[in-house]
Design a binder for this molecule. Structure first.
Ligand SMILES: C[S@@+](CC[C@H](N)C(=O)[O-])C[C@H]1O[C@@H](n2cnc3c(N)ncnc32)[C@H](O)[C@@H]1O
Length: 245
């Protein structure tokens, strides 16, 4: 998963403004009592977000299990630490003050017990008082936003997403077909199937508590104010490490 997409990932994500995302995450770090010291990015992908964290003065590091994603990250950020590891169970020599995980990476952990292990590894990789930020798709979001067939088309690519939600295990299977324009009339084409598990806010709160974190804020993704609306597609979680486990 993600190895074939890796070299096209930045082009596919081009409509999205990572500078805005990092301003948002930086505000959340400062608001939760954190500092602009260092940040580890779990599921860093091509590490576009780390460009803007570095501009704000953070020392950065990234972790991803895709070899191709790590190669691109290393090329973009020479001299920066990147770890090709599974975020479900990782152990690093250094401890970080801030850990982030962006763009529904958390949902790629499709087993709740494994997500708990990921939070436990995250706790061990952090200093006490450190801020842990991640966004996640809800069960409602995966059904509402993703189930069925969707097409995304620009001058550079055409992508079809054919998704099925399994109500027994809350996992969405998304079959994607990519057509990347290489030159006039010529396309590179490949398929990838991704699996994402929807999580409820209650489950996330419970798993964070179990692993030594306090959930300090649960916001609609990219918003700075909480809402009473319970039908949200995606949340941004802001957690602080309150104890060692
Ligand atoms: C949706 S992409 C997000 C990439 C990047 N953070 C961004 O915001 O653009 C998810 C990334 O998480 C990585 N990933 C998924 N499951 C993982 C796991 N269990 N351990 C480590 N990396 C994982 C994938 O390889 C991919 O690069």
């Amino acid at each position: 998963m993600f190895n074939k997409i890796a070299q096209h990932y930045d082009m596919i994500m081009q409509p999205f403004d990572y500078n805005d995302l990092v301003d948002y995450l930086d505000d959340l770090i400062i608001g939760a009592g954190g500092e602009r010291t260092n940040v580890l990015d779990l599921g860093c992908g091509t590490s576009e977000e780390l460009i803007y964290f570095r501009q704000l003065g953070y020392e950065v590091a990234g972790l991803d299990m895709s070899e191709e994603m790590i190669k691109i990250s290393e090329y973009k950020h020479p001299g920066v630490d990147f770890f090709q590891e599974n975020m479900i169970n990782f152990k690093l020599k250094k401890k970080y003050d801030n850990i982030i995980s962006c763009f529904d990476t958390i949902n790629y952990i499709i087993d709740k017990k494994k997500l708990s292990k990921c939070f436990a590894s995250t706790n061990k990789a952090m200093n006490k008082g450190g801020v842990f930020l991640f966004d996640f798709n809800t069960v409602f979001g995966l059904i509402d936003e993703w189930e069925g067939v969707r097409i995304e088309e620009t001058d550079d690519f055409f992508i079809s997403y054919d998704s099925n939600f399994n109500y027994d295990n809350l996992v969405l299977e998304c079959k994607m077909k990519f057509f990347i324009r290489e030159e006039e009339g010529k396309y590179a084409s490949f398929d990838e199937t991704h699996y994402e598990r929807g999580y409820t806010s209650v489950e996330i709160k419970e798993l964070l508590k179990l692993n030594g974190f306090k959930l300090v804020k649960l916001l609609p993704f990219l918003k700075r104010k909480a809402t009473k609306d319970t039908k949200l597609d995606r949340y941004q979680a802001v957690a602080v490490k309150i104890k060692e486990i």
